[in-house]
Design a protein around this ligand. Structure first.
Ligand code: IMP
Ligand code: MG
Length: 179
């Protein structure tokens, strides 16, 4: 197996600060729109967003339910094919719900664009997106992202849920993968 070098980009403390800020903003915004009997339907995009989502939802202090969706477009490459396929759909009904999609990184935008079209068909009451990281300079399709933890340069990142060929997701911090 090829050996790559890792250079740390976000420490545990930095990730915690980003999550706290996102959680505070999300809580404030939804507090004013949720009816007494409503809860956010937080949709975690597997597998990459699982660790971010686990930390973020504990910083959100309004009613919330969790569901999972899985799409795939990457294999053992560093670029999206644009050919996004749904691998696992929601278990909850999105109709009439306040859907908040949680993604760990937006790159070309193909994945999020696919998810937005998918959710719109289900007529949610509201539909928003939160990403921990945004590689804005790599965008190929325009997508609206409501909450962004941090904009990042065009680096290939691993750890904290982010993988390269399914490896490195378990690293507790985020690193640049260098050749
Ligand atoms: P997009 O469809 O190109 O926007 O890609 C979105 C998905 O690609 C993300 O949810 C990640 O799963 C993956 N991805 C994009 N950039 C990186 C990266 O730097 N490291 C690891 N995975 C990435
Ligand atoms: Mg993802």
């Amino acid at each position: 197996m090829k050996h790559y070098q890792l250079k740390r980009v976000f420490s545990k403390e930095e990730l915690q600060t980003l999550n706290k800020a996102l959680g505070e903003k999300i809580s404030k915004d939804y507090r004013s729109i949720l009816e007494p009997d409503e809860a956010i339907l937080a949709v975690v995009t597997l597998k990459g967003a699982m660790i971010f989502a686990a930390d973020l939802i504990r910083e959100i202090d309004v009613p919330l339910q969790i569901d999972f969706i899985r799409v795939a477009s990457y294999g053992a490459t560093k670029a999206s094919s644009g050919n996004v396929v749904l691998k696992k759909d929601l278990e909850h009904q999105a109709k009439g719900r306040h859907v908040l999609v949680l993604d760990e990184i937006v790159d070309s935008g193909y994945t999020l664009n696919f998810l937005m079209e998918h959710f719109k068909k289900h007529e949610p009451k509201s539909l928003k997106v939160c990403t921990l990281l945004d590689k804005e300079s790599r965008r190929e399709v325009s997508v609206k992202v409501d909450y962004i933890g941090k904009k990042v340069d065009d680096l290939f990142l691993v750890g904290y849920g982010l993988d390269f060929d399914e490896r490195y997701r378990n690293l507790p911090e985020i690193f640049e993968l260098k050749n």
